[in-house]
Design a protein around this ligand. Structure first.
Ligand SMILES: CCCCCCCC(=O)SCCNC(=O)CCNC(=O)[C@H](O)C(C)(C)COP(=O)(O)OP(=O)(O)OC[C@H]1O[C@@H](n2cnc3c(N)ncnc32)[C@H](O)[C@@H]1OP(=O)(O)O
Length: 182
């Protein structure tokens, strides 16, 4: 019998694959102070009905955006019973949604309107119902219409263990993406 080895995902320090790693030459934009308004504007664009951040969406995540530092975004969700998969534990899809929301916030902080093109997630520890997931996301670079964003969710406190990591490509879109009738 072979000795147990540390899992590959535990050894990795980033969720980013080759696809979600920015190419050489991608740069992190200097933040335009006006860019902070973009995600406030997103309330107008998306309404307050967003499953990730709508404050009145009963069974939604109601993610709170609690701060920013340049293109780095901070947020929190409280995992509710409606978010569970296995008894007492958050569903993985729900955690991916939380990561999508905070990574999306970082993308918008770069100064455009973005949608998720690709989202990669690593799950490192179970997240109990009732716990707060402390979210952080940052921009690794923008190239053309693509923003390469990474993030993590911690439990037990903002400096607690990382329970989930994600990396994504967000693609910049015009306002019509949200407003056109389909
Ligand atoms: C503050 C607000 C926070 C919001 C958080 C929540 C975010 C969300 O959940 S958004 C909802 C989920 N996402 C969606 O519905 C997006 C659906 N997809 C689309 O609308 C389109 O496919 C879209 C807009 C992403 C790209 O289409 P299009 O505008 O025609 O651009 P396209 O030319 O295909 O792609 C542009 C670039 O992005 C790249 N790209 C597009 N999709 C991907 C992908 N999945 N993976 C990697 N790269 C991609 C392309 O390769 C291309 O790169 P390059 O410029 O180097 O050639």
């Amino acid at each position: 019998m072979t000795a147990p080895t540390e899992s590959r995902s535990a050894k990795r320090t980033s969720a980013a694959s080759e696809i979600t790693t920015p190419p050489p030459g991608a740069t992190v934009p200097a933040v335009d102070p006006a860019a902070g308004q973009e995600y406030e504007l997103s309330d107008e664009v998306l309404g307050n009905e967003c499953f990730g951040c709508g404050p009145h969406v009963e069974h939604g995540l109601q993610m709170k955006r609690i701060g920013r530092d340049g293109t780095t975004a901070y947020g929190e969700i409280v995992v509710k019973r409606e978010h569970q998969g296995a008894p007492g534990l958050a569903h993985g899809g729900i955690l991916a949604t939380a990561m999508d929301e905070i990574l999306g916030t970082s993308a918008w902080l770069t100064g455009g309107r973005y949608v998720t093109g690709r989202l990669e997630t690593d799950y490192l520890a179970p997240v109990p119902v009732g716990s707060t997931l402390y979210l952080k996301a940052w921009c690794n670079g923008v190239e053309g219409r693509k923003a390469y964003i990474e993030g993590e969710g911690r439990i037990g406190g903002p400096d607690g263990p990382v329970a989930v990591r994600a990396a994504a490509i967000f693609v910049r879109v015009p306002m019509e993406h949200f407003t056109k009738q389909r």
